[in-house]
Design a protein around this ligand. Sequence first.
Ligand code: GTP
Ligand code: MG
Length: 195
Amino acid sequence: LFAGPIEFVKGVVSMSGLPPADRLEVCFAGRSNVGKSSLINALTGRKNLARASNTPGRTQEINYFALGESRHLVDLPGYGYAEAPVAIVAKWQALLKQFLQGRATLRRAFVLIDTRHGVKAVDEEILTLLDKSAVTFQVVMTKADKVNRETREANIAQVMGALARHPAAYPEIIVTSSEKGEGIETLRAIIATLE
Ligand code: GTP
Ligand code: MG
């Protein structure tokens, strides 16, 4: 599906450190611990490409991965990490904002929402930020394997309700489990089709 190597490119802490804007990019944003790094690993079929961890705030940089010759996957620092120092949070927020609003090659921003929890206040902040950006954003629900059918349906409905207040959002959501593989093929196909 993606010809060429899949590999870590670099981690950056400021806009000036970003790699050349010469590839189509998709990024993964979401609360700390929502499963961004795990999703990148599942998508690429590489177990330890992005470092996944139980410690919230594990990914503190913008991490770039090459997906074949023509695409970048971008793992963003998680937000809403309660124990993070205020100064760090402010720095992350500023960088996220600059990135989401100012990266010309960014073709889609996937906003990850935990299927157990639905859209929280901190997620609303990101959705509002994305409303004002030029990039198409789409919700990916994570950790679907952790909930029963009832919770799943209720939280999908809650997310759809929240998205109705963000008309710029892509109307379809993708329900995934990096653990069980649900939705991974669908997401891979979306990334492959973007131009
Ligand atoms: P930060 O880098 O801290 O922002 O976290 P992250 O969003 O990258 O989350 P990460 O991928 O590190 O996953 C956090 C925890 O959730 C890890 O213990 C993962 O193993 C677990 N996890 C991620 N995705 C899934 C999933 O689909 N199912 C289950 N059961 N666990 C998952
Ligand atoms: Mg991570």
